[in-house]
Every structure is written in C-alpha cells, then in structure tokens.
Design a binder for this molecule. Structure first.
Ligand code: CA
Length: 264
C-alpha cells in the first residue's frame, strides 16, 4: 500500500483573491506540486476535533485516498466549492457553521458531492433531518474506521450514478458527464475551457471570483496577469451563454472579477 504524499495544498480562495500577481506555477506552491493523481479518490474531511481529524486523515491515506482537512464549517464549505471532491465527510457539530448549514449551502449551490455526516448524537430527528437535507449517509461516533471506509465507498458508487443527472439553474442546463451545456433548450457549443469556466462560476455562484482564482482553478496554473486570458475566455463564454438571451448570467464586478448570478 502506498501512502500518498499529498498534503492539504489547496489554495485558500480568500488568500488567492488577494494575491497581487499571477506568476507561473513553477515559482510557487499550488496545485500541481502535491495534487492527487486523476485516479485517486479525493476526500474532504471537515472535523474540528484535531485528534480525530488527524487519525481520519492518516487512515484514509493508508487506504489510498487523497485527503484534505478543514477544521470549521466555513473552511469546509469554501474548500468544497473550490474544487471537486468524490466524498465529503462532514462532522455536524462544527465551529463557525455547523454541518447541516454547510450541507444546505452545498446543495443550494447545486453540489451533488456525496456527503457522509458524522455525529456524536444518535437522535432520530438528527438522522431524519440530515437525510432530508441531502446527506447520503450517517455515522454515529464513535465508529469503527472500517465502517467509515465502507460508507465512503458505498456513497461514492451512488454518487457516480446521481451525477449523470444534469444540473439546472433557471433555463441553464449543465451535463457534467458529457461536458455539455444548454440554455433555453439550445445547446451551447463550448470549448473544454469555456465549459470548465462556466462550471466554476456556477459552482461558486453568487460569489465574486478574482481573475487570479479563476486562472488557478480553470487552468490549474498561473498566468501573468497581463495575458488577459481570463477576460478573453469570459468574453467568449458570454458571447455564447449570455449575448443571445435577455437575462445575463455572468456579471463583471469592476476591480474584483466575475460573478455568476441568475437573479440580477
Ligand atoms: Ca465536532
């Protein structure tokens, strides 16, 4: 069994947003240096109890998973929205934002990532509420580690099936399996980069994304800020996504970046 050397290197979006430049990725740490290989299952563990988080991380790595940790609800939500995970293991009692609120927000934003709730309580109402919110499974602490691994594998199988359903926001439809998008029933002919850009904006909708963050997330690298690559792609995406329609979905926030908002 090989233990992945990956550490939690996912850039903190709030820091990225303030990053003054956009240097080539070889000059700084970021995705690429410690990113998991494509075949590796990516798990986000949101757990505030340090001992428990560390032992979960260690155990999961020994099972070949790439693990990232978040120690409070806000950080967990931010990480969950910033990049795709296969499964999120989400503690319910968390500082800043509890697990239920994190899950509610994730589902509201269209995230279909399977979630396994961890709770110290076995109250029936907790369980019902969690499942109603869209949790995929539930584990009561203390639990055997092998049980968690079994649940994670099982929700992943179910999640893979569910993700074949297209995502819908108003008249926009996004098919994550086929990498296709349509608006008002007509297909948008998007390049792979335009699709990735659209998907990022949709996942983080309502939030302003800086050019630096967009180039990190969509190109998995950094560009010189003067290449304008983000602006060029946003313009091309808008020509297909927004220009033919009265309701605009992508908005420019001067000096900050771009935001996807279907209600403006
Ligand atoms: Ca906790």
């Amino acid at each position: 069994m090989t233990i992945p050397t990956t550490t939690s290197v996912a850039p903190d979006p709030s820091r990225l947003a303030m990053h003054p430049d956009c240097r080539p990725s070889s000059q700084k740490e970021g995705p690429g240096s410690g990113s998991p290989t494509r075949s590796q299952v990516k798990i986000l563990v949101v757990e505030d109890e340090v001992k428990s988080a560390i032992s979960l991380e260690k155990g999961m790595r020994e099972h070949g998973f790439a693990v990232q940790l978040a120690s409070n609800g806000e950080e967990g939500l931010r990480r969950a929205l910033a990049e795709p995970f296969d499964v999120i293991v989400l503690d319910i009692m968390l500082p800043l934002m509890d697990g239920r609120a994190v899950l509610r927000e994730l589902r509201k934003r269209g995230s279909q990532t399977p979630v396994v709730f961890l709770t110290a309580r076995d109250a029936v109402e907790d369980r019902v509420e969690g499942l109603e919110l869209g949790a995929d499974d539930y584990l009561v602490k203390p639990f055997a580690f092998s049980e968690l691994i079994a649940r994670v594998r099982s929700v992943m199988r179910r999640g893979a099936q569910r993700q074949t359903d297209p995502m819908r926001i108003g008249d926009l439809e996004i098919d994550l399996v086929r990498h296709k998008a349509a608006r008002a029933g007509s297909a948008l002919e998007l390049t792979p980069k335009e699709f990735a850009l659209l998907y990022l904006l949709v996942r983080q909708r309502g939030e302003v994304l800086s050019r630096t963050m967009i180039c990190q997330q969509v190109w998995d690298m950094n560009f010189d800020s003067d290449t304008n690559v983000v602006d060029v792609h946003v313009r091309r995406l808008r020509a297909k996504l927004d220009d033919p329609f009265p309701t605009k979905l992508i908005h420019t926030v001067r000096g900050l970046g771009y935001v996807f908002d279907e209600k403006r």
